[in-house]
Ligand binder design. Sequence first.
Ligand SMILES: C[S@@+](CC[C@H](N)C(=O)[O-])C[C@H]1O[C@@H](n2cnc3c(N)ncnc32)[C@H](O)[C@@H]1O
Length: 375
Amino acid sequence: MNSLNDKIRSLIADKGMITFAEFMNMALYEPGQGYYQKQNPFGHQGSFYTSVNASASFGRTLANAFADTATRLSLPAHFCEMGAGSGMLANDILTHLKNTKPDFYAELKYTIIEKSGYLIERQKELLKEHEGKINWTAFEDFGGFQGVFYSNELVDAFPVHRVIRIGEEVKELYVIEHEGGLTFYPEKLSTPKIQEYLDRINLKITDGQIVDLNLDMTGWVQALSSKIDKGIVFTIDYGYPAENIFASYRRDGTVTCYYKHSQNNDFFERVGDQDITAFVDFTSLQSYGHDAGLVPVSLTPQWLFLVQSGILSEIENAETDLQKASVKALIMPEGGFGTNFFVLIQGKNVTVPDDFPYRKGAKETLDILSKMNGF
Ligand SMILES: C[S@@+](CC[C@H](N)C(=O)[O-])C[C@H]1O[C@@H](n2cnc3c(N)ncnc32)[C@H](O)[C@@H]1O
């Protein structure tokens, strides 16, 4: 079998150049060879941690939030997780519900949508205890859904197009072969969808600035809406609203690589052996979704969402200082997961009551908590 590098170079030789999105898609998802297709990329042995690896409190808190949402909004007990990675989040959620809400668990159906054949096998292995409850399906075959749909760090793993302004012109950065190596080369935009994206958020790129645009995200959220009959969508990821993500001080975009827990921007090194990821533009995610029928409910920093979902009781119940510290890592600024991460909630054909906890701002939430705790 050709190495992944050879495959990419031969595609470039055929086409002259490929978009960065095509390169990133192959580097991450080429069957048997891409980063997510051949080894466990998560946790200590991999290249990065997600909130799921930081603490099982994350999954337990989400389990409570999702079950509570299904009950409050009278949705069927059906959860769908897209981009389930090692399967740890599904396992933490299902195990917690089995232990604490057996009636809800008995009713619950759990669907997983996962692109990596390698990770599906790992998920099946890890989730044996919940066999019979879970079904795996391809996104294309998914539809008519009623329930709670969610993802954690899915959208940041979609391939992005790199766009640059040079003088008066907006160009796309393609990947070409030059003097034996891969490098970027600016040329005309590969699709009109790029200009549409820029126009929608009225983005004026400054001269020499690079922005990374996640066109797959826009197609995904529109398709997702058409597959949901009645439900609520939680998208948890790192990123920011557009004005922050595309601010002129971010001259080099946000796409970056992780190799064994160190960040680098050597996109064309260790191809298939390192993660490549970009910040999520929540403004566009919300706006494209809205056009397709997903009504925005709230956009909340992850720390606040977790507090609103009751994570503080996880600290009270922690048995060791280490456990306490790992929960705090999810909500404290220095933990890394609390401040860059947001939870976007969108709904379709549901009535969200005024007392839905995620509609409250930070001050209101903290006031309620301090009254509850008597301080
Ligand atoms: C960064 S990982 C996050 C994994 C897990 N949710 C966690 O938080 O640990 C991204 C996951 O999304 C999956 N993925 C990426 N694009 C996908 C797509 N189009 N359809 C389904 N799964 C996808 C990847 O294979 C991987 O499992």
